[in-house]
Write a protein that binds this ligand. Sequence first.
Ligand code: ADP
Ligand code: ZN
Ligand code: ZN
Length: 737
Amino acid sequence: MPKIHANLPASTPSHCWLVALPGPLRQLFTYSVPEDFVVHAGARVRVPLGRGYRVGVLWAPTQTVSDWVIKPIESVLDAEPLLDAQLLNCLAWAADYYHFPLGETLLTAFPPSLRQGDALQRAALRVSASGVVALANESIRGARQKALMQLLAAHPEGLPARDVLDFPASVRRRLLELGWVESFDLDVALTWPEAVPSGVPTVAPVLNHAQAAAVALVCASLTRFAVWLLDGVTGSGKTEVYLNLITPVLAAGQQVLVLVPEIALTPQLVRRFSQRLGLRPAVLHSGLSDAERLRAWLAVRSGQARVIIGTRSAVFQPFAHLGLIVVDEEHDTSLKQNEGFGYHARDVAIWRARALNIPIVLGSATPSLESMRNLELGRYQGLSLPERAGGAALPKIYPLDVRQQRMQGGLSDVLLAAIEQHLLAGGQVMLYLNRRGYAPNLLCHACGWVAECPHCDSFMTWHRQAQRLRCHHCGHEQAVPSRCPGCSASLSPRGLGTEQLEDVLTALFPGFGIERLDRDALGRVGELDRRLARIHSGEARLIVGTQILVKGHDFPGVSLVGVVDADQALFANDFRGAERFAQHLIQVAGRAGRADRAGTVLVQTHHPEHLGLNQLIKEGYGSFARALLQERLEIGLPPLRMAALIRADGRDADAPKYLLQTMADWLAQTLGDTLVIWGPVAAPLARRAGRFRYQLLLLADERRTLHDALNQLEAWQGSRRPSGIRWSIDVDPLDMA
Ligand code: ADP
Ligand code: ZN
Ligand code: ZN
């Protein structure tokens, strides 16, 4: 394994180069460079591998290894480096830090089409003379081929290849082979429209005292690295602070990156930014087509896109001249990728800000314990917005004891009365239940049979509208049995999901309009926005939803929030459970209330005396979180200690556990007591998609110790790949499921 922290020369003539290729190996490949090839670190090449060819990225020159037959690079795809040294270094750091193969890591910085080896730009396609004949004769077979031919025929001047990427490569290739389509050089500059979107431009409010102070502090040091933790209660005007910081950075000719949690990225948010800033931001998220992705990537790289709003992977974009990074809702776990390359976008963003010597602002109403700790240690600078902007009051939260209360569809009489009262007073009411579907279980009352996922240790959720049973862990689906497979008695639902809650509320409060916000409701493109529009217009007065509700949506008309079931989260078995619960509760409560009326939040629980819950309600998130942090420090958990989780799974029940036990023994022997090793234990979901899952938690006081341990472990394990078992390393794990 070569040292990958090396400073990268921009261009060094050398006989052999290391090339990063996709694949599971944490290793770079050596190729020779033919005499007349011009090579740069960060440019793509096509190289032979095995019996085929692969697209890889030039990494650094290297010494020839004498006893190897080194193959030559087949072709250089880019005359210039596509990624600059700073981004390459960032990717190298991330590969190292998160213990993920460098080749795979590097390729995440490219849009899919470039990963596959497409030319960067300018290549264009048009229908050839024989293609015109083929079209006229209707001799084109295959619907996709025909569709592409018709599209190209409609553009006789030619279309950039990147605009037809939504057609499979095989279709494009076949038409070129047949000679019906020809490629040529289209010499057009890429343009990123800066046009202000339609709509009434919004006027900036006058900043209040706390906002102005925060803006002044950051603006005083816009030209150097600092991490600012903007701790502002919900509705305190954090977004206004961002906008006021972005303006001077744009005026200085620099770009701004705004990272947001996955689901918060709605057209509303984008519209707010574009109308205020008077430009079109580049928006990056997982739902883009290949062509859109490439277009945005090019615009970011050329500097034409000046404001980039995106979910976590946007942190690896090739910015031309980045001047500021904002991470909104920095506590949100969707900023960390859970599978594969397990990076945390906030932490990568901090790395980039440091390398570029620019400020980064982390905003949240419920900062993560990690960030609170870093603030305490003086690594971050604090900014605080303790009050809501525009004079609105914070909502009041009350626990609602539901012990021995009559419940209808999961709702107590007190909550039902409150809902009715708020609806009649003209308010909107929001109910939070973090369980989608109609019912989490379907069971037989006669014999006790329960619908279980055949592949996981979990129950199947009944989705009544779709008439399916679905496993929320592996995606397995099946038809709903009409009778018990065991005794033929009839089946009944157990437990409450959002679909059922929607039905219950529709029956109890007809005529008020209801919208449900959960993952099932978002299947179709634009559905979330349609539903949000009906809520904002007041057409829907009742809102039922899961976690999606808590992510950055504002519902100013909501005067009552009901938390249907707090108990599940109060007793989570994950050590981060209490932190998550508090964040969700405060965020969901934060949707309520505005200037002319404070919101009310009612939390249904069977444990109204719960200490944490009461502290959170009485003293607020800050005080609750500080106590939690103190607890973590005393037990020696993150953020005091550094953590890594080693996961292993396999079809054989014992093999993954045995592998982890071997690793634990070896680590204990090799590294002694610098490392705390917990486990192996079965994962909370002990079997998923037919695989048995175990995990091993490693803790160390020093980051270095932990990383050395992981490196040694990988080196030791590298030579012995147990068949049928997968194992992976998750650094700074957030999700222990
Ligand atoms: P946050 O991002 O902290 O939740 P927002 O920036 O979305 O808060 O602001 C919440 C609401 O308060 C928005 O409707 C916004 O327009 C308004 N607002 C923000 N700052 C001010 C201000 N200084 N004066 C009046 N209204 C403001
Ligand atoms: Zn039965
Ligand atoms: Zn399953």
